[in-house]
Write a protein that binds this ligand. Structure first.
Ligand SMILES: Cc1ncc(C[n+]2csc(CCOP(=O)(O)OP(=O)(O)O)c2C)c(N)n1
Ligand SMILES: [Mg+2]
Length: 684
């Protein structure tokens, strides 16, 4: 959408001056925070929110809105002030409560907490990768809803705007994501880089001297450069020209490299790293207000006429909205099936009967859980068009391919199977960005996505998994090669501490299915719950349990369940996950033959189990049976909770080695006989 820009008025100048003052006042009041960048970026964010972004503050969820991401989340006052100006529900009183308990204005912007915040930012770099994910999602969603519309002509086309800082561009995740954005020719992605040459330790040239513009051009971005005015202020006129140019670019992402002076125009603080993260002090604030033409005696000032002026953005938003609504209604009339799909996607509900697509695996033939997962993904993809994803160059190993789904690549790509709306994403070997892109795709709102790599490299994705969990996003991490069971690749590739480390992330469901049918139910639950999930899969083949002898895999939904009951009141309980469950089943046979009634519990997801009623948990692991042994090919950390003081854990507390899986399991004590011995030791 293009609009004619109103002339920049004296009221706009005053509003920007008040925005700078609010940044100083808010940080001064609470005594901590980041005033400098919020001061210098005030005209930039003002220009975007007041003049360029397509948005309707009365409906922060509007599908047609441009997205705005403040990747340098420490400068949160940059965003809060614009949300206040635009009328998103943040009021002056909220700015006065900046960074305090329960405030709408926490230290860093938090998704789901403050209307208008599109993603949680603070860990530098992540917001840039989120934005790349959003731009990818915008294209994929358009493919579902309006595939024939020309680029930029659909009601579902909109811009993704990012403001980022030196730190954002120093972090590797932004480089990974920006490189992919170039390959993907994400023309709707626009990023303003606040090139202030300052970070906490001072001049960024202590650590950052590369040619950022050259780097982004090499990625395939359009790069526009804007210097400061001679007095150090933002060159707003040239910035706006660059914004307009970026908004007309369809074929590549645009980076506007904007020179600024941090904390401008504070007389002594400007241009210093001290202004990055400390209150300026009453005296400096008063002097700065004088330079800005404001009353130095006033704090949190916001004259009525200025507020009325900035709130006009609501009127403009509503007017643009009316137009969009008309086009939308027309689209609905001409696309009734797609309109129905959209209604379902907005709701994040699933089509009737979808669960019938979840396959059942016959017993008798051994299957790796990664292979089973690949089969389930294929089945789900047949019924859920919103389901798409990929891998960090390991699709064949992770079994994350949607066969026939086409490779998500720009229209101009000459790659085989390229399709701008393809369902298979080739993330390249960029795990960290892949995780953050997944978050961005999910934040964008309409689709469901997954991405795979080896479990050992979940370390490279951990920051994204943590943010997904913090934001409660329904993303799925597919991590295969889940233990020493991967064999010959050796200790660099064998996860040992990872399962425990992932369980430590609050709100992340870590699911390690024991066989193919547990995989199927796990995927069903992942889709039903629509929350952050990690599915951990074996490389090696595993038996598919005969469910006429063992109990139903439906138990997976409860996190842990009695897979095979003891012959009489159990003397011992074996609790295992993943590939170790079949060992527990073998150990049970031996123990039962030797007269020790033994129960086997499969515990694919401790988080789901923890959610169950105390009664259910007591039924599965009763207090009256203290002889409990956990078996998991990872460190024992965390298992004490379930095995108790009288139980024990068969675990691996050191790195693995390079040999076949069968040798490693034997050498490291993961055998049925070792489990039997441990139970007997406990019983004696
Ligand atoms: C991944 C990550 N590492 C470290 C930090 C802590 N941190 C917050 S701001 C900052 C320096 C930021 O410099 P810059 O990005 O240039 O922002 P400016 O000072 O210009 O606002 C650091 C190191 C962080 N937020 N995220
Ligand atoms: Mg900086």
């Amino acid at each position: 959408m293009t609009r004619s820009l109103p002339a920049w008025s004296e009221l706009d100048d005053r509003a920007v001056a008040y925005a700078r003052a609010l940044a100083m006042d808010a940080v001064q009041k609470v005594g901590n925070g980041h005033p400098g960048t919020a001061m210098s970026l005030a005209p930039v964010a003002y220009s975007l929110f007041q003049r360029h972004l397509v948005h309707d503050p009365s409906d922060p969820q509007w599908l047609g809105r441009d997205r705005f991401i403040l990747s340098c989340g420490h400068s949160s006052m940059t965003l809060y002030t614009q949300l206040f100006f635009s009328g998103y529900g943040v009021e002056l009183s909220d700015l006065q409560e900046f960074r305090t308990w329960g405030a709408l204005t926490p230290g860093h912007p938090e998704y789901g907490h403050t209307a208008g915040v599109e993603t949680t930012t603070g860990p530098l770099g992540a917001g840039v990768a989120n934005a790349v994910g959003m731009a990818m999602a915008a294209r994929y969603e358009k493919g579902l809803l309006d595939p024939d519309a020309a680029l930029g002509q659909s009601i579902f086309d909109h811009r993704i705007w990012v403001i980022c800082s030196d730190g954002d561009l120093q972090e590797g995740v932004s480089a990974e994501a920006s490189s992919l954005a170039g390959t993907q020719q994400l023309g709707l992605l626009n990023m303003i880089y606040d090139d202030n040459r300052i970070s906490i330790e001072g001049d960024t040239h202590a650590a950052f001297t590369e040619d950022v513009s050259g780097r982004y051009r090499a990625y395939g971005w359009e790069v526009l450069e804007v210097s400061t005015l001679p007095d150090g202020n933002v060159d707003r006129a040239n910035l706006e020209k660059a914004i307009i140019q970026a908004n007309s670019q369809m074929l590549k992402p645009t980076l506007i490299r904007l020179k600024t002076v941090i904390a401008w125009p504070a007389p002594t603080a400007k241009g210093t790293s001290k202004s990055h993260g400390s209150a300026l002090g009453e005296k400096e604030i008063a002097e700065t207000k004088k330079v800005l033409g404001l009353n130095p005696e006033e704090h949190f000032a916001m004259p009525e006429e200025v507020l009325q002026h900035v709130r006009q953005v609501k009127v403009r938003g509503a007017a643009g909205r009316v137009q969009w609504n008309e086009s939308f209604a027309q689209w609905e009339r001409t696309n009734p099936d797609r309109a129905q799909l959209l209604a379902r996607l907005r709701d994040r509900s699933l089509p009737q009967g979808w669960q019938e697509s979840i396959p059942e695996f016959p017993a008798g033939k051994d299957v790796s859980t990664r292979k089973a997962s690949g089969d389930v993904i294929m089945k789900i993809s047949e019924i859920l068009p919103e389901f798409w994803g990929g891998s960090a160059d390991l699709a064949e190993s992770n079994n994350t391919t949607i066969e026939g789904g086409g490779s998500f690549l720009p229209a101009s790509s000459e790659m085989v199977n390229a399709n701008p709306y393809g369902r298979i994403v080739h993330f390249g070997i960029r795990e960290h960005a892949m995780g953050s892109i997944l978050n961005g795709i999910t934040l964008h709102g309409l689709t469901r996505t997954f991405a795979g790599t080896f479990l050992v490299f979940s370390d490279y994705m951990r920051p994204s998994a943590r943010l997904a969990s913090l934001m409660k996003l329904g993303v799925t991490f597919v991590w295969s090669h889940d233990s020493i069971g991967l064999g010959e690749d050796g200790p660099t590739h064998q996860p040992v501490e990872h399962i425990a480390a992932l369980r430590a992330i609050p709100g992340l469901a870590v699911i390690r299915p024991a066989d193919a049918n547990e995989v199927a139910i796990a995927w069903r639950e992942i889709l039903l719950r629509d929350l952050p999930s990690a599915i951990l899969l074996s490389r090696q083949n595993l038996p598919v349990f005969d469910r006429t002898i063992a109990s139903s895999a439906e138990g997976v939904a409860k996190g842990a369940y009695i897979l095979k009951e003891a012959s009489s009141k159990p003397s011992a309980i074996l609790i295992a996950t993943g590939s170790e469950v079949s060992l527990a089943m073998s150990a049970q046979e031996i123990l039962e033959a030797e007269g020790v009634p033994t129960r086997v519990v499969s515990a694919p997801c401790l988080e789901w189990f923890a959610e169950q009623s105390p009664d259910y948990r007591e039924t599965v692991i009763p207090a009256s049976v203290p002889t409990r042994v956990s078996i998991e090919a990872g460190i024992a950390m965390g298992w004490r909770d379930l095995v108790g003081d009288k139980g024990s854990s068969i675990s691996i507390e050191h790195f693995g080695a390079s040999a076949s899986a069968s040798v490693l399991f034997k050498e490291f004590g993961f055998t049925a006989q070792a489990i039997v011995s441990e139970v007997k030791r406990l019983l004696s």
